[in-house]
Design a binder for this molecule. Structure first.
Ligand SMILES: Nc1ccn([C@@H]2O[C@H](COP(=O)(O)O)[C@@H](O)[C@H]2O)c(=O)n1
Ligand code: CDI
Length: 176
């Protein structure tokens, strides 16, 4: 794992705002679960990966690690390690959030986009927000936003071959 020291040169802890962004893609295939944002979505196909392939939580975890300057989830949870075979990405997100807390940060806000032609995400978004807000210890649910878009049947997402996700996070420490 890693340690972050964002104190000033005088050793005085200052207000700090850090942003990070993440992006991930997983292939849609038969015989797999479709777990997105920590929610098991009923669908004829699911996401392929070494882990549970939760594309949204991977993008979000990468965004947090990016804000911390700690690389990406592949560095912390390698896909060559059997420990992460079928790993629950929600638990990985919790570990990433522990790194943020250990560095003294709290959540400012997170904004996420799922890029998928199908299935329809809208009915599942409140549950995703709830799970993510819980993992990131958000005081208010409005600190976490999840949205979805199709690509109007264009490209690999539009053909239903895969699902992509993007996330941006703002982490804060100190008194604003
Ligand atoms: N997989 C998806 C994609 C989109 N939505 C919702 O539908 C709205 C319209 O999508 P467009 O791509 O046509 O702009 C979008 O704003 C989402 O609310 C969805 O639920 N699931
Ligand atoms: C979390 C990991 C663990 O194998 O999940 P994967 O399912 O391999 O997914 P990917 O987004 O390709 O890379 C992240 C990996 O570290």
């Amino acid at each position: 794992m890693g340690r972050v020291d964002h104190t000033s040169c005088q050793g005085r802890e200052e207000m700090m705002i850090r942003v990070g962004q993440g992006f991930d893609v997983h292939q849609l295939t038969e015989g797999r679960k479709c777990i997105i944002g920590g929610v098991d979505i009923p669908y004829e196909k699911g996401l392929l990966g070494h882990s549970d392939a939760d594309v949204l939580l991977h993008a979000l975890s990468d965004a947090i690690l990016g804000a911390l300057g700690l690389g990406d989830i592949g560095r912390h949870f390698p896909d060559t390690d059997q420990a992460f075979k079928d790993a629950d990405s929600y638990k990985l997100l919790e570990q990433v959030w522990t790194m943020a807390k250990e560095a003294g940060y709290r959540l400012g806000n997170a904004d996420c986009t799922i890029i998928a032609q199908k299935p329809k995400m809208a009915p599942h978004i409140p549950a995703m927000v709830e799970r993510i807000a819980t993992a990131l210890e958000a005081e208010e649910r409005t600190q976490v936003n999840v949205k979805a878009t199709t690509t109007e049947q264009l490209g690999f997402t539009g053909r239903g071959e895969g699902i992509a996700a993007q996330a941006v996070v703002c982490l804060v420490k100190g008194v604003l």
